[in-house]
Ligand binder design. Structure first.
Ligand code: DQA
Length: 151
């Protein structure tokens, strides 16, 4: 399976940006986490990475993923999670299963009610939030199990 790990705005400096909220680990740790979660099954998973601060560039990448036959997307839309009807519309038609990912538990950020709403969630297979970089690894594992169950 080819899984696209996609990050939206302000997620290009993971480990550096507000580590007290988003953790001190970077995306470099992800392949090792996937390997330790999935063991030998990780050998059948090819990860592709994409990050953009631009809504349109993310949509372009997802349209390309559809054309390329990418099997699944683990997507942290950053603040677009809460605002982007355009990204939600994209996920609604490309027919590539997506898992919504967040480093922080957006529902526990009670001082910021806007963050507790997601426009992405209704277009996704599921949501994993609150585990830092591990959220992405869990999303990859869940996507693979979802794809296997669909076969
Ligand atoms: C985030 C949560 C969003 O509210 C925020 O805008 C981000 C990161 C997370 O991973 O916890 O940029 O998606």
């Amino acid at each position: 399976y080819t899984i696209l790990v996609a990050n939206g705005p302000n997620l290009g400096h993971l480990g550096v940006r507000q580590p007290e909220i988003y953790g001190s680990r970077g995306m470099d740790d992800l392949p090792g986490m996937v390997a330790s979660l999935m063991g030998d099954r990780a050998d059948g998973v090819a990860l592709e990475f994409f990050q953009s601060n631009s809504e349109g560039a993310l949509i372009d990448r997802f349209e390309l993923a559809r054309e390329q036959g990418v099997n699944g997307i683990a997507f942290n839309a950053g603040a677009y999670t809460h605002t982007s009807l355009a990204l939600a519309d994209c996920l609604a038609w490309i027919d590539v299963p997506c898992v919504e990912v967040h480093l922080s538990n957006i529902w526990a950020r009670t001082g910021e009610p806007l963050r507790q709403q997601s426009l992405m969630g209704r277009r996704c297979v599921g949501v994993i939030a609150g585990f830092g970089i591990l959220s992405y690894a869990l999303a990859v594992q869940a996507l693979v199990e979802h794809l296997e169950a669909e076969c």
